[in-house]
Design a protein around this ligand. Structure first.
Ligand code: DC
Length: 220
């Protein structure tokens, strides 16, 4: 699909580091707009779980890319499945957190995921997509591009509240992942051209949501 095909669909692109509020805001915004929501990080996590379960060496980029092209990945409000097997919880383990950046740095895996993300939005006439490269690579012509941020402390606190884990360990884990995601050669985490930077530190969800609806010209 070329850019002309995808630019006609109504896409909201939400990028930013781990724990910035992308999923919470993305889901709420999609519900308000009557659009579907896609967590693209869950796709990279699914490839990681498939590689772990299939004993594919994560550092063997050819083998991981071939696996990524072969598997069927479902990411939806009813959960995440790889080839029909539920991995909703399996994709959120500390082991996956530690390995997923390596999979996400694989250029051939990214090419496959980007193609699937564009097809997902095309099939639905648009949607709210959340990730690291949605505004920069997947949908550079999105109707709205948002780069969500929050202080490192608050991002770690939020993740700790969600998972019940130790804040310090979580802070170390997200710092390491953000560094790898920002420093990789292919589609690094960065503010896309034309993206609006929104800092969610200390702000209620509803407040951020109203700002985004305002940017879209939709009455909250
Ligand atoms: O959003 P998340 O924490 O579930 O993302 C998991 C990993 O995948 C993270 O290391 C960033 C990477 N990712 C990416 O590179 N591009 C995306 N569009 C989404 C996620």
């Amino acid at each position: 699909m070329n850019r002309a095909d995808v630019s006609s669909v109504f896409v909201v692109a939400i990028d930013g580091p781990a724990g910035a509020g992308k999923s919470t805001i993305g889901r709420a915004l999609a519900a308000r707009l009557g659009l579907e929501y896609l967590d693209t990080g869950a796709m990279y996590r699914s490839v990681t779980v498939a590689a772990m379960r299939g004993n594919v060496d994560i550092t063997d980029s050819e083998a991981v890319a071939a696996l990524a092209r072969r598997i069927e990945i479902h990411v939806g409000s009813d959960g995440v499945r790889v080839d029909g097997i539920d991995v909703t919880e399996a994709i959120r383990t500390p082991e996956v957190n530690a390995l997923v950046s390596t999979v996400a740095a694989n250029a051939s895996v990214r090419a496959e995921m980007v193609q699937r993300q564009r097809a997902w939005a095309r099939d639905r006439g648009g949607g709210v997509l959340e990730g690291r490269d949605i505004g920069s690579v997947v949908f550079p012509d999105a109707r709205l591009k948002v780069f969500l941020t929050a202080s490192a402390d608050e991002r770690a606190q939020r993740r700790a509240l969600e998972s019940g884990g130790d804040v310090q360990e979580i802070a170390d884990s997200i710092r390491s992942r953000d560094r790898k995601d920002s420093e990789r050669a292919v589609a690094p985490l960065a503010e896309a051209d034309g993206a609006i930077v929104v800092d969610t530190t200390g702000r209620p969800v509803e407040d951020v949501l109203e700002e985004l609806l305002g940017l879209l010209g939709v009455n909250p």
